[in-house]
Design a binder for this molecule. Sequence first.
Ligand SMILES: NC(=O)C1=CN([C@@H]2O[C@H](COP(=O)(O)OP(=O)(O)OC[C@H]3O[C@@H](n4cnc5c(N)ncnc54)[C@H](O)[C@@H]3O)[C@@H](O)[C@H]2O)C=CC1
Ligand SMILES: O=C([O-])C1=[NH+]CCC1
Length: 320
Amino acid sequence: MASIVYISENRVRELLNWEETYKSIKCALESVSKERAFQDKRSAIKLGNTYNFLFSMCGGLSDKTYGGLGCKLFTYFPENFRKNEPALKANIFLLDEETGSLKAVIAAAHITDWRTAAASAVATKYLHSENNNVLAILGAGSQGKAHAMAFKYLFNFNKINIWNRTTERAKNVVDELNQNNDNTSANKVFVAYDSIKECVKDADVIVTATSGNETLLKLEWLKKGVHINAVRVNPVYRELEDDIYKSSDVYIDYWEGAKYELEGIKDLGVEFKGQIGDVIARVIAPPSSDRISVFQSLGMPVEDCAVARLVYDLHIASNV
Ligand SMILES: NC(=O)C1=CN([C@@H]2O[C@H](COP(=O)(O)OP(=O)(O)OC[C@H]3O[C@@H](n4cnc5c(N)ncnc54)[C@H](O)[C@@H]3O)[C@@H](O)[C@H]2O)C=CC1
Ligand SMILES: O=C([O-])C1=[NH+]CCC1
């Protein structure tokens, strides 16, 4: 029996790059439109009388380059910050597609950040073709930071505004991103804001990536034709006010998840236009440029399979 490979968070960080992550996630998103994705909604188990959860996301993606079979197990323990530990801990179990044997266990917190940011980037590419000058990000946590890096790299926005509930955190993240981007330029690309209204005022694209229960974004603040990637996943609380959903073209990643996790948005009378993969595959049209578009992201099991396969192949190729 072949030995089982373990790939740590540090090793994943060394291996991943935005070009390949983007391509693997585009493949995963498109696969739902081409019957190459085998997956269901994520399962969630509440752990007794706590706010702790254990989730699983299992599936298979059929593709020569990015195909994989696997399952991501992750926990969300919101009180972990008291122990100086991240709330989300994740591992992907990658299985052999021929035999079902376990091939690798891959630490997946970084994968989750990067693949989610890459999914927003693919959605932005296919739903919003023009004017990528100013990006606004609400939330300077792991997702907010990964989105800032991905969108700078993949689109080259001239200005990336970042708001966080505590401005101190937004400033720290902005300083770190500017340092890594270009230490010498007087015009810094990343700018911290303490007002959401000011942060999004000139934005062509917006990302919302917080974990609070408040509605953050108002329709009256938005530019015509703006594209929004709404990353927060919660069946009850939403970061965008209801009027935004009602006045926009709303796209999703996969129907199986949306049926269960996005009921609250459907209850507003919003009809989803379809899956991003259907736009990539030209089964449905993208929105017209004067409409507000929303990508309501849930995160799909096959995204994890695609990036796990990528990480595994890169690890094996550079480990000989
Ligand atoms: N769509 C997808 O595929 C995925 C979505 N997510 C979602 O992304 C969101 C962010 O996750 P992470 O960045 O990993 O978390 P994190 O814990 O690193 O960051 C959370 C952010 O939310 C902010 N926040 C907390 N309470 C707030 C409030 N009441 N008002 C405004 N901001 C508040 C914090 O300041 C922080 O910036 C979560 O809602 C999570 O469910 C996470 C992974 C994948
Ligand atoms: O797809 C994913 O991994 C997650 N979605 C929401 C929290 C984590």
